[in-house]
Design a protein around this ligand. Structure first.
Ligand SMILES: [Zn+2]
Length: 354
């Protein structure tokens, strides 16, 4: 097991217990032959304990995780045990171009476990598997929504795995979504090789929103406290529900949307959540929620074609009445209350037309 060994090295650089080391993990080369490397900080406590990685920007335009790691570092990570590997930018190619993908248009997060003789993406995945994931006992991979979408902060993981379930709950998001993740994703392959890993999905791409940053910071700290790497009191969410099913509401016709609900809001079956207007303002149709649920994600682009996703709704395991009461009782000055008022700025809601 990685945690039982006192020896540790990353990219050929040894880091001893009690040391903190910044290093570059070479993953590729440019056309001119220069090294392309992932920047890493390795923090090792004197006391043995689990090895944990926190990675960001595997999708190069999802900057929230980079912001979370920066904030963690600037506020200090006083490890009492174990080893922490911080990777603020995994997809350095995409990060340079504000792009989700690699230069060959492949999604790095669909290429795991990768291969030493495969494509550019596959080789990078292989290096990450060997150098980082196989040395770790746990992992947290930080994401934002894809282009033109926003995600209400949620943690995802395979809840059938008790250790994934443990860190997913400890992170402290209101919603914990069950699932193994897409084929070829880092978290799926990490779990397969014995490194229980969760992801955070929070906010929009190309942004670091204040409340998302706070959620992420609090969550990573909560997990490090749970695993015994840090001292301190973890901060639980005001409520938490598992989610085993989600559904998308899609546009029926081409048009321009007005929203009547926003991320994090409880919606009821039959409730109008968006109205679709023709380009000259004529009301075309109403989009209604097919279920009782909580809005997990939305488009940020009001122009839609038939079939395009508009609203992603989580169907929580807990009773919707219980969740509604909990949301109604949120303190507007506390983080989970501020999170919702911050999102309201992005979504000017209007009364629904019948
Ligand atoms: Zn992502």
């Amino acid at each position: 097991m990685p945690s039982s060994s006192s020896r540790f090295s990353l990219g050929g650089v040894p880091v001893r217990r009690g040391e903190t080391c910044d290093l570059q993990l070479k993953i590729s080369e440019t056309y001119t032959g220069a090294d392309v490397s992932i920047p890493a900080r390795v923090i090792r406590a004197r006391q043995p304990g689990p090895t944990v990685f926190v990675s960001a920007a595997i999708h190069g335009d999802e900057l929230i995780g980079t912001g979370i790691i920066h904030e963690l570092l600037s506020s200090g990570v006083p490890l009492k045990a174990g080893t922490l590997i911080l990777l603020p930018v995994v997809n350095v190619f995409g990060f340079e171009n504000h792009d989700r993908y690699l230069p060959d248009r492949r999604d790095l997060n669909r290429e795991f476990p990768g291969s030493a003789t495969g494509s550019l993406a596959s080789r990078i995945a292989d290096i990450l598997m060997r150098e980082v994931i196989q040395q770790c006992d746990y992992g947290i991979d930080l994401h934002a929504a894809a282009k033109t979408r926003i995600n209400f902060p949620n943690v995802r993981g395979d809840l059938n795995d008790p250790e994934v379930r443990r860190i997913a709950k400890a992170f402290g998001c209101e919603l914990v979504i069950d699932g193994t993740g897409p084929q070829g994703s880092l978290r799926r392959e990490a779990c397969r090789v014995g490194c229980p890993t969760i992801i955070l999905e929070a906010g929009e791409p190309l942004k670091v929103e204040t409340s998302m940053l706070e959620i992420g910071m609090r969550g990573v700290r909560n997990v490090l406290i749970e695993l015994g790497l840090m001292d301190g009191e973890s901060v639980p969410p005001p409520f938490q529900s598992m989610v085993r099913k989600t559904t998308w509401v899609r546009a029926q016709v081409g048009g321009f949307l007005r929203f009547h609900a926003r991320p994090g809001e409880i919606v009821r079956e039959g409730q109008i959540i968006a109205s679709n207007f023709g380009i000259l303002g004529d009301h075309q149709n109403a989009l209604v929620s097919p279920v009782d649920g909580l809005i997990l994600g939305m488009t940020t682009l009001p122009a839609v074609k038939p079939g395009e996703p508009v609203v992603h709704i989580a169907i929580p395991s807990k009773s919707i009445n219980t969740l509604e009461r909990a949301v109604d009782q949120l303190d507007p000055d506390e983080l989970h209350g501020r999170l919702r008022s911050g999102l309201a700025i992005h979504f000017p809601t209007l009364d629904a037309l019948d």
